[in-house]
Design a protein around this ligand. Structure first.
Ligand code: GLU
Ligand code: MG
Length: 442
């Protein structure tokens, strides 16, 4: 652990609730080592917190405590800069008072999924993300999309974001104005294992925090308005042999360069796509973003470099073979930033692992927009529309015993209760009102 450069005396301990909100308690920096043993108490029913400052009915009620135990190696510290007071955060694991994992701790859930992948297949999983967000602010009139003017317009904010993220150990690949008015994208490099989700939490919080101190609001809301492009959080992922570090997705002799392990992994994701969706697109507004013709994906299709597919390959043939194999990755396009990243990655890893274990056949490689085929044409390839609403996605999860087995019962039950209540809550709102509601939250 590096010493905090801004010498904060009070450090927030944060954990992701099931909705993807970072909940916190803060402690004196000097007390972190002792808190790393005992954690800090938090009511168990806090797992049932919703996005509207409430708690849905749950199995715990007033009983019980979990201990939020800081994982000291996750501490990030950003020094104060001009107009920015600096940032500190330590992520926590939720454990029971006897020190064993709490079965609703999503950090534990992802760690278990990664361990099982490694134990069963000898493989490790890495992920990288494309964070799309919309900036708003008093007097901010966004310039032409994707233009240098739109880039210059948000200096020195963009500079400060990249600097803060770099200090926080997030490998920033690029930042640019995206296709929506006031929409920007910050992409991050691959991180192996649990660090991918840890740093995603840090990325979201730092982007929002830096924007706020520069007088902007950065929102990851999946859809700002029906008429504007969505904000996605595409997940790029890779696999490597744990023992040797050898990348295994790429095989020059295989179709699309996708080797057998990767193909079976993708097949698992496609087969269970509808059940993964409540965790990848976890709010009613997420479904205003998803759909054909929006580059966000509307079908459970796979295709090389196909932006209308749910999963596509990303390949750089210009590279010499070893670097090409290391750079080759898969992209899952349905995800947005309105949820818990540990849950999302755990579901992707479980689905992929299931595909490998079951030896699922290589999915058909689609080189056209799935909307350009008729229903029969798609059906021949096993391609079906993704659920069109959160309610439909939750129903698909409920009807999929395999996907349900990937989550502890208490976690699944609580997640479904929160999300079912959320569907009810926005039932009578029109789409624009739903966009506005979630823009205030995310
Ligand atoms: N904004 C699109 C989405 O909602 C993605 C555009 C892109 O391919 O970067 O996922
Ligand atoms: Mg983009």
């Amino acid at each position: 652990m590096t010493a905090p450069s801004n010498a904060a005396t009070v450090v927030p301990l944060g954990w992701q609730d099931l909705c993807g909100i970072t909940r916190v308690r803060a402690v004196r920096a000097a007390d972190l080592p002792s808190k790393a043993q005992t954690g800090l108490g938090f009511p168990t029913c806090g797992q049932a917190m919703d996005l509207f400052d409430g708690i849905v009915a749950n199995r715990w009620g007033a009983l019980g405590d979990v201990r939020q135990r800081p994982a000291l190696d996750t501490r990030v510290s950003v020094a104060p800069m001009d107009r920015y007071p600096g940032f500190d955060l330590v992520l926590a694991d939720s454990v029971l008072p006897d020190g064993t994992p709490f079965d609703c701790c999503t950090r534990h859930l992802l760690r278990s999924a990664l361990e099982e992948l490694r134990r069963d297949t000898g493989l490790e999983f890495a992920a990288a993300f494309e964070h799309e967000f919309t900036l708003t602010g008093d007097g901010f009139a966004p310039d032409l999309v994707m233009s240098l003017a739109a880039m210059r317009q948000v200096q020195p904010l963009a500079e400060a974001m990249v600097s803060a993220l770099t200090q926080a150990g997030v490998p920033v690949e690029a930042i640019e104005p995206e296709f929506g008015k006031g929409q920007y994208e910050l992409s991050t490099g691959h991180l192996w294992g649990i660090a991918a989700a840890d740093k995603l939490v840090v990325t979201r919080e730092i982007i929002r925090d830096v924007a706020r101190h520069f007088g902007f609001r950065a929102s990851f809301v999946p859809k700002v308005s029906l008429s504007r492009p969505g904000n996605g959080a595409h997940v790029h992922f890779s696999l490597r042999e744990a023992a040797t570090g050898r990348p295994v997705l790429y095989d020059p002799a295989a179709p699309d360069g996708l080797g057998d392990a990767g193909a079976a992994f993708v097949a698992g994701i496609l087969r269970h796509a509808a059940s993964i969706l409540p965790f990848a697109a976890p709010t009613p507004v997420s479904y205003l973003r998803l759909g054909p013709g929006r580059w966000s994906s509307g079908f459970n299709a796979y295709g090389p470099a196909n932006r209308e597919a749910l999963v596509r390959t990303c390949d750089l043939p210009m590279l010499e073979p070893a670097r090409r194999a290391a750079a080759y990755n898969l992209e899952f396009r349905a995800a947005d930033n309105a949820g818990n990243p540990y849950l999302l990655l755990a579901m992707l890893v479980r689905a992929g692992l299931h595909g490998i274990r079951q030896g699922y056949p290589r999915p058909p490689s689609l080189t056209v927009d799935p909307s350009s085929l008729d229903e029969a044409g798609r059906a021949k390839m096993g391609i079906v529309p993704l659920p069109g609403s959160l309610a439909a996605a939750l129903a698909a999860f409920a009807a999929d015993p395999v996907a349900r087995s990937w989550l502890p019962e208490a976690l699944a039950e609580t997640f479904v209760a929160i999300k079912t209540a959320e569907v009810e809550r926005v039932r009578d709102l029109d789409p624009e009102a739903i966009c506005e509601l979630y823009a205030r939250i995310f």
